[in-house]
Write a protein of this length. Structure first.
Ligand code: NAD
Length: 251
């Protein structure tokens, strides 16, 4: 008996990193998983890996900033594996720079993916959850949505928006049986952490040392939080912000 048996999970940004790992873990625990991403080759490979291990997974090419893509993906997933009762709004980009070096174009691109993408996901998936009388939305924010960090005004604004829109949606949808929570990782060992190290002229060891626990996280550390929030184990939890940061924000 898996922890998410019988659920259909849509995971955005599932070709790499946290999304790819979360998709695998959800499938291992019994969910039918729709993986979506702009990177079609890596996304198809991620879904094939899950199927090779006996899980149920299909890849859909999908740009989270495009409302028509959301309409198509949700319609196709509904027809193929049932309406999603779990949505992991994970797709995101990370750009850091001093305020006077961040262009308006970069600001808009980041906001479009990190904020508009999450809004559109909730807009197009939660009506089906309301119809089903059950659902769990997991919005991937960051510790940068909780605390201030130099160079993070744009990224932090996007993740702060995800944090508050999660609470708004949680209140709006509570009576319908749809839960909405945000998760807040610190550095997790993906290509995003490599970029963070490069941009800050830091070594991986220096990034590790930012976390009181002594090292950055692994994608599985976030995957377990997603699994918990996707499952009925968290049925009394909505509007919450779950931190997995090795103690970074406890300081
Ligand atoms: N890795 C970290 O240190 C860290 C820390 C805190 C929060 N996060 C958040 O976790 C999430 C996943 O990050 P990750 O580390 O796995 O990054 P990643 O770069 O490994 O993966 C991000 C995925 O999103 C996809 N993507 C980018 N733009 C897209 C778009 N417009 N539409 C659909 N897919 C798109 C990429 O192709 C990629 O597969 C992001 O929201 C990120 O902000 C990451």
């Amino acid at each position: 008996m898996g922890r998410v048996d019988g659920k259909t999970a849509l995971v955005t940004g599932a070709a790499h990193g946290i999304g790819r790992t979360a998709a695998r873990m959800l499938a291992e625990e019994g969910a039918a998983v729709a993986l979506t991403d702009v990177d079609a080759d890596a996304g198809a490979e991620a879904a094939a890996d899950i199927r090779a291990d006996g899980g149920e997974a299909t890849f859909y090419e999908h740009d989270v900033t495009a409302e028509d893509d959301w309409r198509d993906v949700v319609t196709d997933v509904h027809a193929a594996m049932g309406g999603p009762t779990v949505l992991v709004n994970n797709a995101g980009i990370y750009q850091i720079a001093p305020l006077d070096e961040m262009s308006v174009e970069d600001w808009r691109t980041l906001m479009d993916i990190n904020v508009t993408g999450v809004f559109l996901g909730m807009k197009h998936c939660t009506p089906l959850m309301e119809e089903a009388g059950t659902g769990s939305v997991i919005n991937v924010s960051s510790v940068a949505g909780l605390i201030g960090l130099a160079g993070h005004a744009c990224y932090g604004a996007s993740k702060g928006a995800v944090r508050t829109m999660t609470k708004d949606a949680a209140i709006e949808l509570a009576e319908a049986g749809v839960r909405v929570n945000s998760i807040h990782p610190a550095y997790i060992d993906t290509q995003m952490a490599d970029y963070g190290a490069d941009m800050q002229g830091a070594t991986k060891e220096e990034l590790d040392a930012m976390h009181p626990i002594g090292h950055m996280g692994e994608p599985e550390d976030v995957g377990y939080a997603i699994l918990y929030l996707a499952s009925d184990e968290s049925s009394f939890t909505t509007g919450a912000e779950l931190v997995m940061d090795g103690g970074l924000t406890a300081q």
